[in-house]
Ligand binder design. Structure first.
Ligand SMILES: NC(=O)C1=CN([C@@H]2O[C@H](COP(=O)(O)OP(=O)(O)OC[C@H]3O[C@@H](n4cnc5c(N)ncnc54)[C@H](O)[C@@H]3O)[C@@H](O)[C@H]2O)C=CC1
Ligand SMILES: O=C(O)C(=O)CO
Length: 323
């Protein structure tokens, strides 16, 4: 089986594929492949291991209908038309679970950084603005005992809830399509409707999939209904919040601050007003970016392709659903 990989990934995942008898080519340039370029390259390959972009829409997949499998090296699967892949008989897998801890850590980091203005304090020191100890300046907000609202209580949301409850004794509310079973709900989290999540959370942390139903769900109306002084964190996908609405909410002081690991578009353009705001922390989509986690993701993606080579189903094959 000839496999094309859209980035350079952990060497042990490549070795795993080669030991299993696959021929592997990695795209070594740091530039993003356009869909057309990738389609033309893929004509000589049997399977794709996709990291990052490009978007694989219906047309892309129809022009690559010879592929035996596509392994995504991500938990998110919003860049691929899963219905079309299923219709064409191309199995698609992702890498859930192995990145939950690392990604929840980044949401946690953002929650703490925003509550204590950490990024802004660092910028001020770099500008030479650390003059004397003022007891009434640089004041953040406590997290201890406050209420965390999780939007999207899946693998990552659950880890975030567990960390926040253990570290700060936070009370956990969540809004999810389904309710947690008692075995899953180790932190006594309470399911609430979306409106209650907005109105009662001191911090809202977004961990839902990007679907039509979640696209732009954090809009002007949602920010308006959040608790005054609340913190908004998004470590899922940038399209889940409307950027202009978030900017307005911050400018008008409806919320205390925001922490974003994801933006729309990515990369965020220099000069974006969010980058100038003292109460906003932005990271360049590093949720899963630890050596250990990226290695586990690469190995998991490789193992899914090896299963196909051996005539088996992909262990992490994704079942399409649209909302
Ligand atoms: N910042 C980063 O580097 C990373 C971001 N992600 C993003 O995080 C997302 C979540 O990842 P996991 O927790 O592994 O996925 P998951 O599938 O385990 O959890 C997602 C949860 O969102 C819920 N959800 C979906 N639509 C909803 C709706 N309309 N209303 C309420 N809840 C809804 C689902 O029911 C599910 O429980 C991924 O889809 C991906 O987009 C994932 C990994 C790293
Ligand atoms: O896994 C994902 O969905 C990411 O965004 C990066 O790991």
């Amino acid at each position: 089986m000839r496999i094309f990989i859209t980035r350079v990934i952990a060497a042990n995942a490549v070795s795993l594929l080669e030991t299993a008898g696959c021929q592997v080519v990695q795209h070594e340039s740091k530039s993003e492949l356009s869909p057309n370029h990738l389609i033309s390259l893929l004509q000589d390959f049997d399977a794709l291991l996709s990291v990052g972009g490009p978007v694989m829409d219906g047309e892309f997949l129809r022009r690559c209908r010879h592929l035996k499998a596509i392994a995504l090296m991500s938990a998110g699967f919003d860049k691929i038309d899963l219905d079309e892949a299923a219709a064409l008989g191309i199995p698609v897998s992702n890498t859930p679970g192995v990145l939950s801890n690392a990604t929840a850590d980044v949401a946690f980091l953002l929650m703490l950084a925003v509550s204590r203005n950490a990024f802004q304090m660092h910028k001020e020191i770099l500008k030479g603005n650390w003059n004397f100890f003022d007891p009434m300046a640089n004041l953040g907000r406590d997290l201890e005992g406050r209420t965390l609202g999780i939007f999207g209580m899946g693998n990552i949301g659950l880890v975030m809830a567990r960390k926040a409850a253990a570290a700060f004794g936070m009370k956990i509310l969540y809004h999810n399509r389904s309710k947690l079973s008692p075995e899953q709900n180790l932190v006594q989290a309470t399911w609430v409707d979306f409106d209650t999540l907005l109105q009662e959370s001191d911090v809202i942390s977004v961990h839902a999939n990007l679907y039509p139903a979640t696209t732009g769900i954090f809009n002007r109306d949602a920010f308006r209904r959040m608790k005054p002084g609340a913190i908004f964190i998004n470590a899922a996908r940038g399209k889940i919040h409307e950027e202009q609405a978030l900017i307005e909410a911050l400018q008008k002081g409806w919320i205390w601050g925001a922490g974003l690991d994801v933006t729309n578009p990515e990369p965020m353009a220099p000069g974006n007003p969010l980058l100038e705001m003292p109460n906003v922390c932005v990271l360049p989509h590093i949720g899963s970016a630890t050596l250990e986690t990226r290695t586990k993701m690469a190995v998991m993606a490789a193992e899914n392709l090896i299963a196909v080579k051996n005539g088996l189903s992909m262990p992490q094959q994704i079942t399409p659903r649209s909302s």
